[in-house]
Design a binder for this molecule. Structure first.
Ligand SMILES: [Zn+2]
Length: 399
């Protein structure tokens, strides 16, 4: 039988051999921040990373294992002997299992559930914290997945449309969620703020009586960007609004900004923000493979040509409404960027940065329930105006 030390050694040898010929990885595990600890509540696996990396964490039964899949991450920095003194983990191994994909496997001697898995940015890198708590063998079997990809979809199936039949359906998309905190400023997470505002906006729109509303997420769960668009399409949305409140490190940004999708002519700031938002899937471990292959791009561009005009009109009306109705110091701007979440080929879509958490005044407002209601009412007014504009356009086309 191979003992723990030998096995770790064998794995390391294999890894080194592959690493020698593999291209440089985007992120690497840093020994200092990487540790497996034990408490009365269970186990905590912390991975220190030099940069954010896509990751997936799940359990498999027969034999019982915890798997952490990391995209584009070098594992050479994994400290040795991590599982020493942890009886719940009989072996810990890691390495590349396909090009560009690394995997860490913990063999478990007892059934344990993933009670939380969080990715967070640190000063100049990132950290993944996975907590495990003891459960029954049956619960472990039930929680373990056959198809890891299914992990991310399950909770969204319960999303419900509210409002009277026949009214235009507005899909509100609170950005980030679950594994993906979005921006974090003074321990306040963007994912929580935008969920609060999304719920307020839903209330305001339902009260208005002119709309039906669907949220892409109702709680602190992760939803892949593509899935958010799919939810809107499946539900037959008339419009899609993604809500955000980011931290911008490049230059100063404050106030509300309305973005629509554009593949060309993006401003530098729009590019920066688009990159930030598109990272969501990466942070939470969804593969973006295939998304950018050329055929997809061409098809997307063709499908978008028509919706672009619709989305641009939507963005113009919304930005105008924000401009006129909000307190004068709020600057509402209109920008275009390459956001993956705005790529529904047939639904006018906007991404609204409600404010920037990196700005002190904005951060206060974003958390203020009164401001949240006022902002929701302005967005409602924008939607009302937009519907009128759209109906006029249809009338013109008919005549
Ligand atoms: Zn965001």
């Amino acid at each position: 039988m191979v003992n723990k030390l030998q096995r770790a050694f064998i794995t390391l040898v294999c890894f080194a051999a592959i690493a020698a010929s593999a291209p440089l990885s985007a992120a690497e595990v840093i020994a200092q921040g990487t540790i497996l600890t034990r408490s009365v509540d269970g186990l905590t696996l912390t991975l220190g990373l030099s940069a954010p990396a896509p990751f997936k964490v799940y359990t498999l039964d027969n034999p019982r294992r915890l798997l952490v899949d990391l995209g584009d991450t070098a594992l050479a920095g994994m400290p040795s002997g991590m599982a020493a003194g942890v009886p719940e983990v009989t072996a810990l191994r890691y390495g590349l299992f396909q090009l560009g994909q690394a995997r860490i496997v913990l063999d478990l001697s007892a059934p344990m559930a993933i009670s939380s898995a969080l990715a967070s940015g640190t000063g100049n890198g990132a950290q993944i914290t996975i907590e495990l708590a003891p459960i029954s063998a049956d619960d472990f079997a039930a929680a373990s997945v056959d198809n890891p990809a299914a992990l991310w979809r399950s909770e969204q199936l319960s999303a419900t449309i509210e409002g009277t039949d026949g009214l235009p359906l507005i899909v509100i998309d609170p950005g980030h969620g679950g594994l993906d905190n979005g921006a974090v400023q003074s321990e306040i997470a963007e994912k929580d703020i935008v969920l609060q505002i999304a719920k307020t906006l839903r209330e305001v729109l339902l009260e208005d009586g002119r709309f039906r509303v669907l949220l892409t997420r109702e709680s602190d769960v992760f939803v892949p960007l593509g899935e958010r668009v799919e939810i809107a399409r499946r539900a037959g949305a008339r419009a899609f609004i993604s809500l955000h409140a980011d931290v911008v490190t490049l230059g100063r940004a404050r106030g509300t900004t309305v973005f629509s999708l554009s593949e060309a002519g993006e401003s530098q700031q729009a590019v920066t923000i688009a990159t930030l938002e598109n990272r969501s899937d990466l942070v939470a471990g969804i593969s973006v493979e295939g998304e950018d292959d050329q055929l997809t791009q061409v098809l997307l561009q063709l499908a978008h040509r028509e919706t672009d005009a619709l989305s641009n009109r939507f963005a113009d009306v919304m930005a105008e409404t924000l401009w006129f109705q909000n307190e004068s110091e709020i600057k509402s701007r209109r920008m275009a960027g390459g956001f993956r979440v705005l790529r529904a080929p047939d639904i006018p879509s906007l991404l609204i940065e409600l404010g920037f958490m990196s700005d002190k005044t904005d951060l206060e407002k974003l958390q203020n329930p009164e401001w949240q209601v006022a902002m929701s009412e302005t967005l409602r007014d924008g939607l009302r105006r937009w519907l009128v504009v759209e109906d006029d356009m249809r009338g013109l086309l008919r005549n």
